[in-house]
Design a protein around this ligand. Structure first.
Ligand SMILES: Nc1ncnc2c1ncn2[C@@H]1O[C@H](COP(=O)(O)OP(=O)(O)OP(=O)(O)O)[C@@H](O)[C@H]1O
Ligand SMILES: [Mg+2]
Length: 352
């Protein structure tokens, strides 16, 4: 009985690797081969990225942690005329203050104690290519001044040097912080903000593009199966529904890490709800209710209401240890109505 239910539900909505799904519209397939996204919002981002890639305009990518800002930055470079030149990342929150200038602009021999030979900085290494200013919301005041100057004058000098070097670079910036708020609070320079904020790209959180979840899971399953010599076949319908309801505060990174763990631990067969981490299954506290958020892609009201009903029934059963009389009382239903609904939703004690 158990496996029959699994079999039939999996075919209707779960995930089978044999039914390979293209990662995005075929038009964009090659250009963004490692970025998965079929949702309307991600398709819009691919179109925008294609449009702006060839220009030298500064792009600023906003999005919560783990949404794929780094991937999009690289895709912009790879789709530009600068693709055969360097893509150099500057992690703006991580450069020690005393090395700042030399890291960015390089130094000549003898510029300071220990400078035994001259060394090019990041802007020089990126010449002809792109500079990716990552985590710009974490720039120190000092770094903000230095970067602003390069952006304005497109020129710089090495530490200790007298020759002026032209910065032929395309700037791509990213942050998970609300820069406008930082400007209002006085920790981010307004002039730098306007210099950077030429073409903003907003990457939505994963919970706002749930339709991408099955594709991402399929992509990561394949990758981690191959990497680890495992043979996980797919994900049951019930497990996929739980994944779609999770809020994914760590976005795609959190999903990717979870799939890696599942592949390594499960090794073969289908991922079912019991394989999922407890925080997804909502064990312990009350069961997780489906989100009330209407994502960009819209929702089906009927499905959402059904999911809500299912979640509330599960919670009542969890609270009463599957004593149906008591669960029915909690929901102010007749016992027979509850039993009917339990059947309709294919609920079993293993779901809790
Ligand atoms: N659309 C996607 N398709 C495939 N993999 C993705 C996608 N988005 C993110 N990833 C993967 O998720 C992980 C996190 O992505 P990335 O590092 O680009 O996020 P981020 O937004 O830069 O995060 P942070 O703000 O923490 O730096 C990476 O391993 C990346 O390969
Ligand atoms: Mg990043």
């Amino acid at each position: 009985m158990n496996s029959a239910v699994k079999g039939s539900t999996r075919e209707s909505q779960g995930l089978r690797l044999v039914n390979d799904i293209p990662s995005h519209g075929s038009k964009n397939r090659e250009k963004f081969e490692d970025i998965i996204g079929q949702s309307v919002k991600m398709q819009e981002i691919f179109t925008l990225v294609e449009k702006v890639a060839d220009s030298d305009s500064t792009v600023i990518i906003n999005g919560e942690s783990g949404t794929g800002k780094g991937l999009i930055a690289r895709a912009i470079h790879k789709n530009s005329d600068r693709k055969d030149k360097a893509f150099i990342t500057i992690n703006c929150g991580a450069i020690p203050e005393n090395l700042l200038e030399s890291e960015l602009f390089g130094h000549v021999r003898g510029a300071f104690t220990g400078a035994t030979s001259s060394k090019p900085g990041k802007f020089e290494l990126a010449n002809g290519g792109s500079v990716f200013l990552d985590e710009i919301g974490d720039m120190s005041a000092n770094l903000q001044v230095k970067i602003l100057r390069v952006l304005e004058e497109r020129e710089f000098e090495q530490v200790g040097g007298s020759k002026t070097i032209t910065a032929d670079v395309r700037i791509i910036a990213a942050t998970h912080r609300d820069l406008e708020k930082l400007v209002q609070e006085g920790t981010f320079r307004e002039d730098l903000f306007y210099r950077l904020n030429v073409i903003p790209v907003e990457i939505p959180s994963l919970r706002k593009r749930k339709s991408d979840i099955p594709l991402l899971v399929s992509h990561f399953l394949k990758g981690f199966n191959a990497k680890n010599g495992k043979d996980v076949q797919g994900v049951t319908n019930d497990a996929m529904n739980i994944m779609k309801e999770h809020a994914w505060p760590g976005n795609v990174r959190e999903l990717k890490n979870m799939v890696e763990r599942l592949v390594v631990l499960k090794g073969e067969g289908d991922i079912d709800p019991l394989d999922l981490p407890e925080k997804l299954r909502g064990k312990g506290g009350h069961s997780e209710l489906p989100s009330m958020e209407i994502s960009e892609d819209g929702i089906s009201l009927n499905t959402a209401v059904t999911d809500f009903e299912k979640a509330l029934i599960l919670e009542s059963l969890q609270k009463t240890n599957w004593v149906k009389n008591q669960a029915a009382k909690l929901l102010r239903l007749n016992r027979t109505t509850l039993v009917e609904k339990i059947k309709r939703h294919h609920l079993q004690p293993s779901h809790i």
